[in-house]
Design a protein around this ligand. Structure first.
Ligand SMILES: NC(=O)c1ccc[n+]([C@@H]2O[C@H](COP(=O)([O-])OP(=O)(O)OC[C@H]3O[C@@H](n4cnc5c(N)ncnc54)[C@H](O)[C@@H]3O)[C@@H](O)[C@H]2O)c1
Length: 444
């Protein structure tokens, strides 16, 4: 089966979810482009989800997003619709393109639609039993289908063995949101058909994604680093509160500030946990933990937050829900105190906390300002060197944090999760938008 033939009949499972909807959009557009160039073929993309309500919303979302994509490639549309005399204005071509993409997509709430697919993208909830059950069900009716799973943490060989789909599955781990994020982690098992891998690489290239191969260990590279980095942040805050006799909210505020301002990251580690969702964090750690022999990836604090119903995550509008931190118009206004079961306003401790951390060196740079810097490495070297030579509490916490982040990255390489330091750095640079990779010499 050629690349194009493989893409003639595709299904996305969990299509109405956060990841599924993005994967559907990217694949629908790619398939429509193939359709426009292969008019004698029929391309079909099944959008499968258990929630009919969500599927209706999905079609509205698709229409809006395809319009934006069409507007950006109007010159290409002009060439493709060249022989269509009825299409003159840009607006007419954009509407036609939306129609051409939408007619490929079939929203359905039954799994049977996937029985004839050549390719299945799986993005249902992070539940290994559910994933195995669906793969098994499809496999029983289809012995040629290839599975692309978007699992964040389940080893691919576990899914392969338990679903009995030897050689026909690959981890194709998009980052959120799939339509925007460039990074995809590609995870083969020892059985993965080389043709399937070749197809995956070509598909990624056509979607203009950056592929980083990860070996098949729970959590892969991205969550392998992030979960441990976050757990370190939690433990640092707990230790700081105890050591300095300050409240936990104040310590959380301080570690969040250190990880953002001193380490030049897009957001502090507690804000990032809120962004991802405390429930998702806990869930991923629980999935990864049984596969780890020499460490316990678990936090009582995350359990407590969950028990108290404080979960973070996003509203469907994209706005941030309160988690460790409380947000008002995007600003952090309070920090959760699990003992009091309420938020404590930042104004109650910020002054004391900032004083304890000390002044940032004058060479400090914001993460945003590094985005377009040509001499980023030089600027960061200067700032981090000043931090290394500073004896403020903030600087000391930052150096400790950065060294731990490097150690996590190096362990991913020595454990064989990542093939090399560059792959770890690329994942953190592209998937997490860090300004520099964790495996660096800035803090040595
Ligand atoms: N959200 C992220 O940041 C992120 C990033 C990378 C990977 N992932 C992974 O992607 C997958 C999906 O995550 P998500 O955040 O999009 O979840 P989600 O909850 O937003 O979406 C899951 C979708 O699956 C549907 N579903 C549930 N059972 C189903 C079934 N039996 N058949 C068909 N559809 C079913 C749900 O209705 C829902 O629409 C998970 O494996 C997750 O680990 C998530």
């Amino acid at each position: 089966m050629t690349y194009e033939e493989r893409l003639e009949n595709v299904a996305v499972l969990g299509a109405a979810g956060k990841m599924g909807s993005g994967i559907l959009l990217l694949t629908a557009v790619h398939m429509a482009d193939l359709q426009l160039q292969n008019k004698d073929k029929t391309y079909v993309l099944y959008a499968i989800d258990v929630s009919n309500k969500a599927l209706t919303g999905l079609m509205d979302y698709l229409r809006v997003q395809v319009r934006k994509i069409a507007e950006k490639k109007i010159n290409w549309l002009r060439a493709v619709y060249e022989d269509r005399e009825d299409l003159v204005e840009n607006g007419e071509m954009i509407d036609e393109y939306i129609f051409d993409v939408m007619k490929i997509v079939r929203p359905v709430d039954v799994m049977e639609a996937a029985y004839k697919a050549n390719l299945v993208f799986e993005a249902v909830n992070e539940n290994k039993d559910l994933k195995v059950k669906l793969f098994k069900q499809i496999k029983e009716h289809n012995d040629k289908v290839w599975f692309f799973t978007n699992t964040s943490s389940v080893p691919i060989h576990y899914l392969e063995e338990n679903a009995g789909v030897k050689g026909r599955i690959i981890g194709f781990h998009f980052y959120n949101p799939p339509a925007v994020q460039k990074l995809v982690e590609l995870i083969k098992t020892e059985n993965t058909d080389p043709e399937l891998e070749k197809f995956a690489l070509e598909y990624a290239k056509n979607l203009k994604k950056i592929i980083v191969p990860s070996n098949d260990f729970a959590g892969f590279i991205g969550n392998g680093h992030f979960m441990r980095d976050a757990l370190f942040g939690i433990n640092e805050a707990l230790a700081l509160a105890k050591e300095k006799g300050i409240s936990l909210p104040q310590a959380i505020y301080m570690i969040n500030k250190v990880t953002q301002d001193y380490l030049v990251r897009p957001m502090g580690i507690f804000q990032l946990m809120d962004y991802v969702g405390i429930d998702v964090m806990q869930f991923i750690m629980n999935v990864m933990n049984p596969y780890l022999e020499d460490e316990d990836l678990h936090s009582d604090l995350l359990d407590t937050m969950m028990e108290q119903g404080v979960k973070g995550g996003q509203y469907s509008s994209g706005a941030q829900k309160d988690g460790f931190l409380k947000y008002e118009k995007g600003k952090i206004t309070a920090v959760y105190d699990p003992d009091k079961k309420e938020y404590v306003p930042v104004s109650e401790f910020a002054e004391e906390a900032d004083k304890m951390l000390g002044e940032l060196p004058e060479s400090a740079v914001s993460w945003k300002s590094t985005l377009k810097m040509k001499n980023k490495d030089e600027v960061l070297s200067k700032f981090f060197n000043d931090i290394k030579n500073s004896d403020t509490l903030g600087a000391k916490l930052a150096v400790k944090y950065a060294k731990n982040s490097k150690a996590i990255g190096e362990k991913l390489v020595s454990d064989g999760v990542a093939n090399n330091a560059d792959d770890v750095n690329t994942v953190m640079l592209t998937g997490f938008f860090h300004a520099y990779g964790p495996i660096n010499n800035y803090f040595d």
